[in-house]
Design a protein around this ligand. Structure first.
Ligand SMILES: [Fe+2]
Length: 392
């Protein structure tokens, strides 16, 4: 046998038929393997690969149909052509063989030209199928390699995106903190009020994407304080009329700082900055907007900002109890706050307490990290307006 010689496995019980086939194929340049039944053929095929199987159906020990069924079970034998040799009367066996994966049939008694023509044709088909399988394997490997490379690049891109996103959010937070550091605000306040805002936005049915944006944008509410003189921002006593007018410029300054960006985050931040001191009854600033003409994001942040101001200790006030805070804010429903949003906000105070505790002040603040539930620090009659006025 040479490397290019196709191998044929002849499975036939009768010696006379095997000899006849041998003679007919003598000059075809083929390597012939022989077996007298299916069982023997399986042993032969286990040791030597065949390019084609010529198969008789009626054999002792294991007939052609059982052999064919077992032969096709092996992955490597899926594409090896099988030509069944059968008499014209064996219609049932031929049909069953076709179901089991026979590729062609040759009628007994075997005629030379027909046998050679069939064998050449089936070997050619087998050869093309092997080529196709090799190409498919190469293609699959190539696709897998490209997929792996693409996946690695996607991971790098994702990591780069995350880094840029983090840097973006951190830049905004640090800028905001720079503004807040001019007065007595802390990063913990920004975290709390942004999470209160996000919680309320969620209750309003906002999309997850917009809630995530608001969690960052709410922190920018007082960014305009960067433009307010230090002596006004940190005046110990009450602001006079002129100083208060200067202080009231911080929403517009903030909006101007953030305006004109293509970033959805900065666009939302600009709206938050401009409208967080508007009041539901129209007595707020800078535009004196009332009710639903105040963007919802502004009405949300106003509630969150004041809630946190009341609940935490500032230089001019103690931390209010949850009970006092809730009572005072309810008195401002329809005045300072959108009454519907306030109801939603206060419907589950446990979630508010959880945020308050999670983002407790650090040691630079002399403030209790746990909510004094029911413990009166400030009388219930305390006026939120006074505190908020101080809070500006
Ligand atoms: Fe403000």
């Amino acid at each position: 046998m040479t490397a290019t010689q196709p191998t044929i496995l002849l499975v036939e019980e009768e010696q006379s038929v095997r000899s006849s086939v041998e003679n007919l194929l003598r000059d075809e340049g083929l390597h012939l393997l022989e077996a007298t039944n299916g069982k023997e053929a399986l042993k032969v095929i286990a040791n030597s690969a065949a390019d084609l199987v010529l198969l008789d159906l009626h054999m002792p020990q294991m007939d052609g149909l059982v052999f064919l069924e077992r032969f096709r079970r092996f992955h490597n034998n899926w594409i090896t052509p099988v030509c069944v040799m059968a008499n014209a009367s064996e219609e049932g066996g031929r049909r069953r063989a076709a179901d089991l994966g026979a590729d062609d049939f040759i009628q007994k008694p075997i005629e030379g030209v027909e046998l050679r023509t069939r064998i050449r044709s089936l070997l050619r088909i087998g050869h093309y199928q092997k080529e196709l399988r090799t190409l498919n394997t190469q293609l699959e490997r190539h696709v897998q390699e490209r997929t792996n490379a693409l996946s690695a690049n996607m991971n790098k891109l994702e990591a780069a995106h995350q880094e840029i996103d983090l840097a973006h959010r951190e830049t905004v937070l640090r800028l905001t903190l720079a503004a807040e550091m001019q007065d007595e605000c802390t990063s913990a306040h920004l975290e709390r009020m942004s999470h209160y805002s996000a919680l309320l936005a969620e209750k309003c049915g906002w999309s997850a994407e917009n809630v995530a944006l608001l969690t960052e944008a709410a922190k920018m509410h007082d960014i305009g304080k960067l433009g307010i003189p230090h002596q006004v921002l940190n005046k110990a006593g009450k602001l006079d009329e002129e100083e208060f007018a200067v202080m009231q410029q911080h929403p517009e300054i903030g909006a101007r700082v953030l305006a004109g960006s293509k970033s959805k985050l900065l666009q939302m931040g600009a709206t938050v900055a401009l409208t967080h001191h508007e009041r539901f009854d129209g007595t707020g600033y800078p535009q004196g907007l009332a009710a639903k003409s105040i963007p919802q994001v502004g009405r949300i942040v106003a509630i969150a900002d004041v809630f946190d101001a009341l609940m935490t200790r500032r230089s001019h006030k103690s931390a209010w109890s949850l009970k006092s805070t809730v009572a005072a804010m309810k008195r401002e429903a329809g005045r300072h706050f959108d009454p519907d949003l306030l109801t939603l906000f206060l419907e589950d105070t446990r979630a508010l307490v959880e945020i308050h505790t999670r983002f407790a002040e650090d040691s630079t603040w002399e403030h209790s990290t746990s909510i004094p539930m029911g413990k009166q620090i400030v009388p219930d009659t305390a006026d939120v307006k006074g505190v908020v006025a101080r809070f500006r």
